[in-house]
Design a protein around this ligand. Sequence first.
Ligand code: GLN
Length: 485
Amino acid sequence: MLTECSASEIHRRILAREVSCEEVVQAHLERIDAGNPKLNAFLCRTPDLALETARAVDARVAQGKELGPLAGVPVAIKDNISVPGAEVTCGSRILKGYRPIYGATVYERMLAAGLPCLGKTNMDEFAMGSSTEHSAFGATSNPWDLERVPGGSSGGSAAAVAAGLAPVALGSDTGGSVRQPAALCGIVGLKPTYGAVSRYGLVAFASSLDQIGPFGRTVEDCARLFDVIRGRDPKDSTSVDYPGRPGGADLSKDLTGLRVGVPEEMLGEGIDAQTRAAVQGAVRQLEKLGAKVGTAHLPHLKYSIATYYVIACAEASSNLARYDGIRYGLRTENAPDLSGLFENTRGEGFNPEVKRRIILGTYVLSSGYYDAYYLRAQKVRTLIRRDFLQAHADFDVLAGPVSPTSAFRKGEKSENPLEMYLADICTLSANLAGIPGLSMPCGFSNTGLPIGLQLLGRPFAESQLFNVAHCLERELGVASRRPAP
Ligand code: GLN
């Protein structure tokens, strides 16, 4: 079935003229129609856009013209990334009806490379959350168990790829939102190095942490999609000319002599026993493949939750000030005067989690508290970054869990924000340090839920992460296990 093929296989079949890109897109649109009612992974489909791109790809194939490495492979896009003419809601009521007239740079790159956009995927409102339950348009379900969450905030993209509604997808990762849903849905996801991918057209959450990243069912698919989107963009001054090797350049390179560090602090208290065992099992496989394994230390990791939630909320309170009822989306019916219009629009438009973060962020930035909270958090951020610099002096790659547990039940943490924040303990530090992190399946719990392994690399060493992950994927053989349709 076309919807079970990897992205690389779809691309190969289109080039070999075994199937047209239009047929590939149609097959996925039908799969979305069949599977989305129970998953709620897509907020909208964009069939006209997808078919237009597909026909252009088919025309090039017919003319024998050259095509890019993933040409013809349809993509699902998280609903905080602009696709021209398609509503971008960010999972929030406050943007309802907002249709950007321009495309994000990642979208334009996909289009230039011949990758059709299938539609926009569900997410926690403004990417704040770890379960996709905080969406104004209802929760997304995990394809492995519909009673459980797919992770978040890019849960729609991850569930779509895991269930075969899309071969690959884009998400955004500010504190784990690509890696954690990838882990909970049993697929591969990458949080690129800060600056590797343009954020032009991504709705800003916390600008010093946000990165757009790819999802795939295989490491190779994820690496190829990364190669489509990475690189400098004059429209995002934080993006750089990518100095590393292409993501897909070294997939099968031998791992002999590779130094792998397991951060002690990532396998301690709070990590569920089955997750720990699966991660340790994957590390033993790396050893069998020739890697030298040792224990790494990240002494400031324990401060990452406090540090992240101060910095991310501070930046969010500033970034979200633009939703005032004048410029975008929703405008309240109840506007006694101008400040009443602002207040009521924001009061009606944002969910309680977003309001909580705006209030926290405003507080830590206020005069008198700035030094005690925000400035101090920035100093601890530097310490966390130094921990990684030191660990990476001894080890090429660090290996640990992505999430302390496999997918949790819907409702289990949604009433307790602190519990939800604690689930981010293993992912936040990569954003604080700006380094790349990859999540891949490494086993299953005894109830059949996927468990993720996280690989953390040096800045711009994505090709090395893909290399390690690809070799491990072959060895573990877990990528072939898929949820029941
Ligand atoms: N779960 C984290 C948060 O709620 C990370 C979210 C993200 O990466 N966008 O902020």
